[in-house]
Design a protein around this ligand. Structure first.
Ligand code: TRP
Length: 432
Protein backbone atom coordinates (compact mmCIF):
# COMPACT_ATOMS: atom_id res chain seq x y z
CA UNK A 1 0.00 0.00 0.00
CA UNK A 2 2.49 2.61 -1.02
CA UNK A 3 0.48 5.56 -2.23
CA UNK A 4 1.67 8.81 -3.70
CA UNK A 5 1.69 11.75 -1.35
CA UNK A 6 0.32 15.02 -2.73
CA UNK A 7 0.84 18.22 -0.80
CA UNK A 8 -0.14 21.78 -1.47
CA UNK A 9 -0.67 25.00 0.44
CA UNK A 10 -2.43 28.30 -0.13
CA UNK A 11 -1.02 31.48 1.34
CA UNK A 12 -3.59 33.14 3.60
CA UNK A 13 -3.21 36.63 2.25
CA UNK A 14 -6.54 37.33 0.60
CA UNK A 15 -10.03 36.29 -0.38
CA UNK A 16 -10.09 33.35 -2.79
CA UNK A 17 -11.18 34.17 -6.35
CA UNK A 18 -12.31 32.10 -9.31
CA UNK A 19 -8.73 31.77 -10.50
CA UNK A 20 -7.70 30.18 -7.18
CA UNK A 21 -10.69 27.89 -7.39
CA UNK A 22 -10.03 26.67 -10.91
CA UNK A 23 -6.26 26.57 -10.51
CA UNK A 24 -5.87 25.16 -7.04
CA UNK A 25 -8.94 24.46 -4.93
CA UNK A 26 -10.95 22.42 -7.44
CA UNK A 27 -8.06 20.25 -8.70
CA UNK A 28 -6.89 19.55 -5.17
CA UNK A 29 -10.36 18.48 -4.08
CA UNK A 30 -10.57 16.19 -7.12
CA UNK A 31 -7.15 14.69 -6.46
CA UNK A 32 -8.12 14.05 -2.86
CA UNK A 33 -10.90 11.74 -4.03
CA UNK A 34 -8.46 9.39 -5.76
CA UNK A 35 -7.88 6.20 -3.81
CA UNK A 36 -4.19 5.92 -4.71
CA UNK A 37 -3.34 9.34 -3.37
CA UNK A 38 -2.64 10.54 0.15
CA UNK A 39 -3.26 14.27 0.31
CA UNK A 40 -1.92 17.04 2.50
CA UNK A 41 -3.57 20.45 2.22
CA UNK A 42 -2.70 23.37 4.37
CA UNK A 43 -3.18 27.06 5.02
CA UNK A 44 0.21 28.71 4.61
CA UNK A 45 -0.20 31.39 7.25
CA UNK A 46 3.51 31.70 8.08
CA UNK A 47 4.03 32.53 4.42
CA UNK A 48 1.32 35.18 4.62
CA UNK A 49 3.29 37.05 7.31
CA UNK A 50 5.99 37.74 4.75
CA UNK A 51 3.85 40.17 2.82
CA UNK A 52 1.06 41.13 5.22
CA UNK A 53 1.27 43.00 8.47
CA UNK A 54 -2.47 43.30 9.08
CA UNK A 55 -3.44 40.70 11.69
CA UNK A 56 -7.18 40.95 10.94
CA UNK A 57 -6.57 40.28 7.30
CA UNK A 58 -4.49 37.17 8.02
CA UNK A 59 -7.16 35.83 10.34
CA UNK A 60 -9.98 36.60 7.93
CA UNK A 61 -8.16 35.09 4.97
CA UNK A 62 -7.36 31.93 6.92
CA UNK A 63 -11.04 31.52 7.73
CA UNK A 64 -12.10 32.26 4.14
CA UNK A 65 -9.65 29.89 2.52
CA UNK A 66 -10.42 27.09 4.97
CA UNK A 67 -14.16 27.58 4.42
CA UNK A 68 -13.66 27.67 0.64
CA UNK A 69 -11.74 24.41 0.60
CA UNK A 70 -14.34 22.70 2.74
CA UNK A 71 -17.27 24.18 0.82
CA UNK A 72 -15.68 22.95 -2.42
CA UNK A 73 -15.89 19.42 -1.08
CA UNK A 74 -12.62 18.73 0.67
CA UNK A 75 -13.28 15.91 3.11
CA UNK A 76 -11.09 16.47 6.18
CA UNK A 77 -11.50 12.79 7.09
CA UNK A 78 -9.88 11.65 3.86
CA UNK A 79 -7.02 14.11 3.75
CA UNK A 80 -4.67 15.81 6.17
CA UNK A 81 -6.02 19.37 6.29
CA UNK A 82 -4.22 21.76 8.62
CA UNK A 83 -2.88 25.19 9.31
CA UNK A 84 0.87 25.55 8.90
CA UNK A 85 1.32 27.47 12.16
CA UNK A 86 -0.31 24.62 14.13
CA UNK A 87 2.61 22.34 13.29
CA UNK A 88 5.70 23.55 15.20
CA UNK A 89 7.81 20.85 13.55
CA UNK A 90 7.67 22.91 10.32
CA UNK A 91 9.59 25.95 11.61
CA UNK A 92 11.89 23.55 13.44
CA UNK A 93 12.70 21.79 10.18
CA UNK A 94 13.05 25.17 8.51
CA UNK A 95 16.07 25.87 10.69
CA UNK A 96 17.76 22.55 9.93
CA UNK A 97 17.24 23.23 6.23
CA UNK A 98 18.38 26.85 6.53
CA UNK A 99 21.73 25.57 7.72
CA UNK A 100 22.27 23.45 4.62
CA UNK A 101 20.96 26.01 2.13
CA UNK A 102 23.50 28.16 0.35
CA UNK A 103 22.78 31.84 0.42
CA UNK A 104 23.57 31.98 -3.28
CA UNK A 105 20.66 29.67 -4.02
CA UNK A 106 18.30 32.06 -2.28
CA UNK A 107 19.81 35.05 -4.10
CA UNK A 108 18.56 33.44 -7.30
CA UNK A 109 14.94 32.97 -6.21
CA UNK A 110 12.55 34.74 -8.61
CA UNK A 111 10.54 36.58 -5.99
CA UNK A 112 13.61 37.96 -4.25
CA UNK A 113 15.33 38.81 -7.53
CA UNK A 114 12.24 40.64 -8.76
CA UNK A 115 12.26 42.80 -5.62
CA UNK A 116 15.95 43.58 -6.06
CA UNK A 117 15.49 44.40 -9.75
CA UNK A 118 12.63 46.73 -8.92
CA UNK A 119 14.72 48.53 -6.33
CA UNK A 120 17.65 48.81 -8.71
CA UNK A 121 15.41 50.24 -11.43
CA UNK A 122 14.07 52.78 -8.91
CA UNK A 123 17.68 53.62 -7.91
CA UNK A 124 17.10 52.38 -4.40
CA UNK A 125 19.33 50.12 -2.30
CA UNK A 126 19.04 46.61 -3.76
CA UNK A 127 17.46 45.23 -0.56
CA UNK A 128 15.28 48.24 0.26
CA UNK A 129 12.04 47.14 1.96
CA UNK A 130 12.94 43.47 1.49
CA UNK A 131 12.39 41.56 4.72
CA UNK A 132 14.42 38.47 5.52
CA UNK A 133 11.19 36.43 5.38
CA UNK A 134 10.94 37.08 1.65
CA UNK A 135 14.52 35.94 1.28
CA UNK A 136 13.88 32.77 3.30
CA UNK A 137 10.55 32.01 1.65
CA UNK A 138 11.88 29.05 -0.37
CA UNK A 139 13.33 27.37 2.72
CA UNK A 140 10.07 27.58 4.64
CA UNK A 141 8.30 26.18 1.60
CA UNK A 142 10.85 23.36 1.35
CA UNK A 143 10.15 22.51 4.99
CA UNK A 144 6.40 22.38 4.28
CA UNK A 145 7.03 19.81 1.59
CA UNK A 146 9.92 17.78 3.03
CA UNK A 147 8.31 17.49 6.46
CA UNK A 148 5.77 15.07 5.01
CA UNK A 149 7.99 13.40 2.42
CA UNK A 150 5.61 14.55 -0.30
CA UNK A 151 6.17 13.10 -3.76
CA UNK A 152 4.07 15.51 -5.82
CA UNK A 153 3.34 19.16 -5.31
CA UNK A 154 0.55 20.52 -7.53
CA UNK A 155 1.34 24.16 -8.21
CA UNK A 156 1.10 26.85 -10.84
CA UNK A 157 4.05 27.65 -13.11
CA UNK A 158 5.20 30.49 -10.90
CA UNK A 159 5.98 28.06 -8.08
CA UNK A 160 8.03 25.53 -10.02
CA UNK A 161 11.34 27.11 -9.05
CA UNK A 162 10.41 26.71 -5.39
CA UNK A 163 9.90 22.98 -5.82
CA UNK A 164 13.23 22.69 -7.57
CA UNK A 165 14.84 24.50 -4.66
CA UNK A 166 13.17 22.11 -2.24
CA UNK A 167 14.76 19.25 -4.20
CA UNK A 168 18.17 20.93 -4.07
CA UNK A 169 17.89 21.51 -0.36
CA UNK A 170 16.74 17.93 0.29
CA UNK A 171 19.62 16.58 -1.79
CA UNK A 172 22.12 18.62 0.14
CA UNK A 173 20.66 17.43 3.45
CA UNK A 174 20.68 13.79 2.34
CA UNK A 175 24.23 14.12 1.11
CA UNK A 176 25.37 15.38 4.50
CA UNK A 177 23.26 13.29 6.82
CA UNK A 178 22.00 10.20 4.98
CA UNK A 179 18.95 9.40 2.98
CA UNK A 180 16.21 10.96 5.07
CA UNK A 181 14.25 13.25 2.78
CA UNK A 182 12.15 12.46 -0.28
CA UNK A 183 12.86 14.55 -3.37
CA UNK A 184 9.57 16.19 -4.42
CA UNK A 185 8.34 16.92 -7.92
CA UNK A 186 6.14 19.72 -9.18
CA UNK A 187 2.87 18.73 -10.78
CA UNK A 188 1.91 21.58 -13.05
CA UNK A 189 -1.69 22.38 -13.76
CA UNK A 190 -1.14 23.42 -17.37
CA UNK A 191 -4.73 23.91 -18.39
CA UNK A 192 -5.78 25.99 -15.46
CA UNK A 193 -2.81 28.09 -14.43
CA UNK A 194 -4.05 30.84 -16.69
CA UNK A 195 -7.67 31.67 -15.94
CA UNK A 196 -8.08 35.17 -17.36
CA UNK A 197 -9.56 37.95 -15.29
CA UNK A 198 -12.05 40.68 -16.17
CA UNK A 199 -9.51 42.52 -18.35
CA UNK A 200 -8.14 39.43 -20.09
CA UNK A 201 -4.87 39.33 -18.16
CA UNK A 202 -4.27 36.45 -15.72
CA UNK A 203 -6.85 36.65 -12.92
CA UNK A 204 -4.98 38.00 -9.94
CA UNK A 205 -5.60 40.02 -6.88
CA UNK A 206 -2.73 42.32 -7.76
CA UNK A 207 -4.28 43.27 -11.13
CA UNK A 208 -7.61 43.98 -9.48
CA UNK A 209 -9.32 42.00 -12.24
CA UNK A 210 -10.61 39.12 -10.15
CA UNK A 211 -14.01 37.67 -9.33
CA UNK A 212 -14.32 36.61 -5.68
CA UNK A 213 -15.15 32.90 -5.56
CA UNK A 214 -18.18 33.35 -3.34
CA UNK A 215 -19.42 36.75 -4.42
CA UNK A 216 -23.17 36.92 -3.85
CA UNK A 217 -25.21 35.98 -6.93
CA UNK A 218 -26.07 39.54 -7.92
CA UNK A 219 -22.51 40.74 -7.51
CA UNK A 220 -21.30 37.81 -9.57
CA UNK A 221 -23.73 38.81 -12.33
CA UNK A 222 -22.46 42.40 -12.25
CA UNK A 223 -18.81 41.40 -12.29
CA UNK A 224 -19.34 39.07 -15.23
CA UNK A 225 -21.16 41.85 -17.07
CA UNK A 226 -17.92 43.81 -16.72
CA UNK A 227 -15.70 41.29 -18.55
CA UNK A 228 -13.83 43.04 -21.33
CA UNK A 229 -15.08 42.13 -24.83
CA UNK A 230 -14.63 43.65 -28.26
CA UNK A 231 -17.27 45.91 -29.78
CA UNK A 232 -18.88 43.45 -32.16
CA UNK A 233 -22.64 43.87 -32.39
CA UNK A 234 -25.25 41.15 -31.85
CA UNK A 235 -25.49 39.02 -34.99
CA UNK A 236 -21.83 39.53 -35.91
CA UNK A 237 -19.67 36.38 -35.62
CA UNK A 238 -17.24 36.51 -32.70
CA UNK A 239 -13.76 35.18 -32.04
CA UNK A 240 -13.22 32.59 -29.30
CA UNK A 241 -9.49 33.17 -29.63
CA UNK A 242 -8.43 35.69 -27.02
CA UNK A 243 -11.91 35.90 -25.53
CA UNK A 244 -11.61 35.96 -21.74
CA UNK A 245 -15.31 35.23 -21.50
CA UNK A 246 -14.91 32.09 -23.59
CA UNK A 247 -11.89 30.89 -21.62
CA UNK A 248 -13.62 31.32 -18.30
CA UNK A 249 -16.66 29.49 -19.64
CA UNK A 250 -14.45 26.65 -20.78
CA UNK A 251 -13.02 26.26 -17.29
CA UNK A 252 -16.50 25.47 -15.98
CA UNK A 253 -18.32 23.83 -18.86
CA UNK A 254 -18.33 20.29 -20.24
CA UNK A 255 -16.72 19.80 -23.66
CA UNK A 256 -20.20 19.66 -25.21
CA UNK A 257 -21.24 22.92 -23.61
CA UNK A 258 -17.99 24.52 -24.74
CA UNK A 259 -18.58 23.33 -28.31
CA UNK A 260 -22.09 24.79 -28.18
CA UNK A 261 -20.78 28.19 -27.10
CA UNK A 262 -18.11 28.06 -29.80
CA UNK A 263 -20.92 27.57 -32.33
CA UNK A 264 -22.93 30.39 -30.76
CA UNK A 265 -19.91 32.68 -31.22
CA UNK A 266 -19.83 31.77 -34.92
CA UNK A 267 -23.59 32.37 -35.10
CA UNK A 268 -23.20 35.84 -33.66
CA UNK A 269 -24.48 35.49 -30.09
CA UNK A 270 -24.67 38.91 -28.41
CA UNK A 271 -22.13 39.67 -25.69
CA UNK A 272 -25.00 40.21 -23.27
CA UNK A 273 -26.37 36.71 -23.96
CA UNK A 274 -22.92 35.16 -23.74
CA UNK A 275 -22.36 36.83 -20.38
CA UNK A 276 -25.68 35.58 -19.18
CA UNK A 277 -24.73 32.02 -20.19
CA UNK A 278 -21.41 32.33 -18.39
CA UNK A 279 -23.04 33.70 -15.28
CA UNK A 280 -25.58 30.87 -15.10
CA UNK A 281 -22.92 28.23 -15.79
CA UNK A 282 -20.63 29.44 -13.02
CA UNK A 283 -23.49 29.85 -10.61
CA UNK A 284 -24.66 26.30 -11.34
CA UNK A 285 -21.37 24.98 -9.95
CA UNK A 286 -20.65 27.59 -7.31
CA UNK A 287 -24.18 28.31 -6.07
CA UNK A 288 -24.57 25.20 -3.91
CA UNK A 289 -21.06 25.65 -2.50
CA UNK A 290 -21.87 29.25 -1.67
CA UNK A 291 -24.54 28.06 0.75
CA UNK A 292 -22.07 25.73 2.43
CA UNK A 293 -19.47 28.49 2.48
CA UNK A 294 -21.75 30.95 4.24
CA UNK A 295 -22.71 28.35 6.82
CA UNK A 296 -19.03 27.64 7.49
CA UNK A 297 -18.12 31.33 7.69
CA UNK A 298 -20.77 31.66 10.35
CA UNK A 299 -19.31 28.80 12.34
CA UNK A 300 -15.61 29.51 12.84
CA UNK A 301 -15.56 27.19 15.85
CA UNK A 302 -16.32 24.26 13.58
CA UNK A 303 -13.45 25.16 11.27
CA UNK A 304 -11.13 25.60 14.23
CA UNK A 305 -12.02 22.08 15.41
CA UNK A 306 -11.44 20.63 11.96
CA UNK A 307 -8.06 22.34 11.69
CA UNK A 308 -7.01 21.16 15.14
CA UNK A 309 -7.71 17.57 14.38
CA UNK A 310 -5.91 18.00 11.06
CA UNK A 311 -2.89 19.39 12.87
CA UNK A 312 -2.94 16.42 15.25
CA UNK A 313 -2.82 14.06 12.26
CA UNK A 314 -0.06 16.09 10.67
CA UNK A 315 2.01 16.14 13.84
CA UNK A 316 1.67 12.39 14.26
CA UNK A 317 3.60 12.11 11.03
CA UNK A 318 5.89 15.09 11.56
CA UNK A 319 7.01 14.36 15.13
CA UNK A 320 8.78 11.04 14.45
CA UNK A 321 10.34 12.47 11.28
CA UNK A 322 11.64 15.42 13.26
CA UNK A 323 13.03 13.10 15.94
CA UNK A 324 14.86 11.15 13.26
CA UNK A 325 16.26 14.34 11.71
CA UNK A 326 17.39 15.76 15.04
CA UNK A 327 19.27 12.51 15.61
CA UNK A 328 20.73 12.68 12.15
CA UNK A 329 22.19 16.17 12.55
CA UNK A 330 23.48 15.54 16.06
CA UNK A 331 20.85 17.15 18.28
CA UNK A 332 20.94 14.07 20.46
CA UNK A 333 20.35 12.65 23.87
CA UNK A 334 23.74 12.93 25.57
CA UNK A 335 23.39 9.52 27.15
CA UNK A 336 23.65 7.82 23.76
CA UNK A 337 27.22 7.14 22.70
CA UNK A 338 28.12 9.29 19.77
CA UNK A 339 29.99 6.56 17.87
CA UNK A 340 27.23 4.04 18.37
CA UNK A 341 24.46 6.49 17.71
CA UNK A 342 26.10 7.60 14.50
CA UNK A 343 26.12 4.09 13.13
CA UNK A 344 22.47 3.55 13.99
CA UNK A 345 21.31 6.84 12.53
CA UNK A 346 20.91 5.76 8.94
CA UNK A 347 19.06 2.61 9.84
CA UNK A 348 17.26 4.10 12.83
CA UNK A 349 14.06 2.22 12.17
CA UNK A 350 12.04 -0.06 14.37
CA UNK A 351 11.80 -3.70 13.24
CA UNK A 352 9.35 -6.56 13.39
CA UNK A 353 10.95 -9.93 14.21
CA UNK A 354 9.13 -13.20 13.55
CA UNK A 355 10.12 -16.44 15.26
CA UNK A 356 8.89 -19.84 16.41
CA UNK A 357 8.92 -20.97 20.01
CA UNK A 358 9.41 -24.44 21.41
CA UNK A 359 5.63 -24.64 21.94
CA UNK A 360 5.39 -24.86 18.12
CA UNK A 361 3.55 -21.55 17.84
CA UNK A 362 4.52 -18.55 15.73
CA UNK A 363 5.28 -15.21 17.37
CA UNK A 364 6.48 -11.78 16.47
CA UNK A 365 7.76 -8.79 18.31
CA UNK A 366 8.30 -5.14 17.50
CA UNK A 367 11.58 -3.59 18.62
CA UNK A 368 12.45 0.06 18.42
CA UNK A 369 15.61 1.28 16.67
CA UNK A 370 17.62 0.88 19.88
CA UNK A 371 16.49 -2.72 20.29
CA UNK A 372 13.96 -2.09 23.06
CA UNK A 373 10.95 -4.41 23.06
CA UNK A 374 7.79 -2.47 22.27
CA UNK A 375 5.23 -5.15 21.40
CA UNK A 376 5.11 -8.88 21.87
CA UNK A 377 2.48 -11.00 20.14
CA UNK A 378 0.63 -14.01 21.50
CA UNK A 379 1.39 -17.32 19.82
CA UNK A 380 -0.27 -17.95 16.46
CA UNK A 381 -1.01 -21.38 15.04
CA UNK A 382 0.30 -20.44 11.59
CA UNK A 383 3.05 -18.15 10.35
CA UNK A 384 0.55 -16.76 7.88
CA UNK A 385 -1.70 -15.31 10.57
CA UNK A 386 1.31 -13.86 12.37
CA UNK A 387 2.39 -12.27 9.08
CA UNK A 388 -1.06 -10.87 8.44
CA UNK A 389 -1.16 -9.31 11.88
CA UNK A 390 2.19 -7.64 11.23
CA UNK A 391 0.94 -6.42 7.87
CA UNK A 392 -2.10 -4.92 9.53
CA UNK A 393 0.13 -2.99 11.94
CA UNK A 394 2.40 -1.93 9.10
CA UNK A 395 -0.36 -0.57 6.95
CA UNK A 396 -2.76 0.81 9.53
CA UNK A 397 -0.29 1.95 12.14
CA UNK A 398 -1.48 2.74 15.64
CA UNK A 399 -5.11 2.73 14.58
CA UNK A 400 -4.90 -1.10 14.40
CA UNK A 401 -3.87 -1.42 18.05
CA UNK A 402 -7.35 -1.36 19.57
CA UNK A 403 -8.57 -4.14 17.34
CA UNK A 404 -5.48 -6.27 18.01
CA UNK A 405 -5.31 -5.66 21.72
CA UNK A 406 -5.94 -9.33 22.61
CA UNK A 407 -3.09 -10.48 20.38
CA UNK A 408 -0.50 -8.03 21.67
CA UNK A 409 1.35 -7.32 24.87
CA UNK A 410 3.29 -4.14 25.50
CA UNK A 411 6.90 -4.12 26.57
CA UNK A 412 7.92 -3.00 30.03
CA UNK A 413 7.65 0.79 30.59
CA UNK A 414 6.42 1.25 27.05
CA UNK A 415 3.99 4.12 26.44
CA UNK A 416 1.27 4.16 23.81
CA UNK A 417 3.13 7.04 22.15
CA UNK A 418 6.31 4.95 21.75
CA UNK A 419 4.39 2.32 19.84
CA UNK A 420 2.52 4.86 17.77
CA UNK A 421 5.80 6.62 16.89
CA UNK A 422 7.50 3.38 15.89
CA UNK A 423 4.63 2.32 13.65
CA UNK A 424 4.49 5.77 12.12
CA UNK A 425 8.24 5.75 11.48
CA UNK A 426 7.80 2.48 9.59
CA UNK A 427 4.92 3.91 7.61
CA UNK A 428 6.91 7.03 6.77
CA UNK A 429 9.88 4.96 5.66
CA UNK A 430 7.63 2.92 3.39
CA UNK A 431 5.99 5.85 1.66
CA UNK A 432 9.32 7.33 0.73
N1 TRP B 1 4.02 29.50 -2.10
C1 TRP B 1 2.72 28.99 -2.40
C2 TRP B 1 1.88 30.07 -3.11
O1 TRP B 1 2.01 31.22 -2.81
C3 TRP B 1 1.99 28.53 -1.16
C4 TRP B 1 2.77 27.46 -0.48
C5 TRP B 1 3.45 27.56 0.70
C6 TRP B 1 2.95 26.14 -0.95
N2 TRP B 1 4.03 26.36 1.01
C7 TRP B 1 3.76 25.49 0.01
C8 TRP B 1 2.50 25.46 -2.09
C9 TRP B 1 4.13 24.16 -0.16
C10 TRP B 1 2.90 24.14 -2.26
C11 TRP B 1 3.70 23.49 -1.30
O2 TRP B 1 1.08 29.72 -3.94
Amino acid sequence: MSSTRFLTGITTSGTPHLGNYVGSIRPSVRASLRADVESFYFLADYHALIKIDEPERIQRSTLEIAASWLAAGLDPERVVFYRQSDVPEIPELTWLLTCVTSKGLLNRAHAYKAAVDQNTAAQEEPDAAVNAGLFMYPVLMAADILMFNAHKVPVGRDQVQHIEMARDIAQRFNHLYGDHLTLPEAEIEESVATLPGLDGRKMSKSYDNHIPLFAPREQLRKLIAGILTDSRAPGEPKDTEGSALFQIYQAFATPDETAALRQAYVDGISWADAKHLLFERIDLEIGPMREAYLALMNDPARIETILHSGAAKARQIAAPVMRELRQAVGLRDLRTQSGKAASTVKSALPVFKQYRESDGQFYFKLMDAQGRLLLQSVGFASPKVAGQTIAQLQTQGASALAELKDQLQWGLDVQAQDIADALQALLNAKTR
